[in-house]
Design a protein around this ligand. Structure first.
Ligand SMILES: [Zn+2]
Length: 177
């Protein structure tokens, strides 16, 4: 890859991430206004997740096919409708990641097209940033970080999330290096 080509790719990634973060912050405020999800909720219930996704004309589909090795994917099913396929109903981070693709990538997709999340796509980084921003809003995260003495595992327990997304969220917010 030439330098110029790399720079161009880099700027596309940066732009997607910029919008991913802005959209997620706005979305969380919007959900609070609509009383779908309070800004102070640390955990996302299955019920809240369902409400959020259906509010934006999406639907949640449990992925049960064991021959299908994908962990999750999003499928465009119409002009502005989509399905989020994922395996574990309590895994709201993965569902939020796919919702991120709905906000960031649906316009560029054709009907019936799927985005499989193999982590190799440019938009995957942006979709994960979207998911972290939506799940762990800044104010609540900062408050909790102090309360839990910056212990990542203790913070993760409150969100009912794994260690890694919480580690990255702290980095997003410059709370730790
Ligand atoms: Zn993805």
């Amino acid at each position: 890859m030439t330098n110029a080509h790399y720079e161009k790719m880099r700027s596309i990634v940066d732009r997607k991430e910029y919008w991913a973060e802005r959209i997620a912050v706005d979305l969380r405020n919007y959900l609070d206004e609509k009383q779908i999800l309070s800004a102070n909720d640390y955990q996302i219930s299955e019920e809240a997740l369902e409400k959020i996704v259906t509010h934006f004309k999406g639907s949640l589909v449990e992925l049960t096919d064991t021959d299908d090795t994908r962990k999750s994917y999003i499928k465009k099913t119409g002009q502005d409708t989509f399905e989020i396929h994922y395996r574990d109903r309590s895994d709201y981070m993965t569902a939020f990641h796919e919702l991120g693709h709905a906000f960031l990538d649906l316009d560029e997709m054709n009907d019936g097209e799927e985005i499989a999340c193999d982590g190799l796509r440019l938009s995957d980084r942006a979709a994960w940033l979207f998911a972290r921003t939506l799940a762990m809003p800044r104010d609540g995260f900062e408050t909790l970080a102090v309360e839990k003495n910056y212990n990542i595992r203790d913070i993760a327990d409150v969100y009912r999330l794994n260690y890694y997304p919480v580690l990255l969220r702290g980095k997003d917010l410059n709370i730790w290096k």
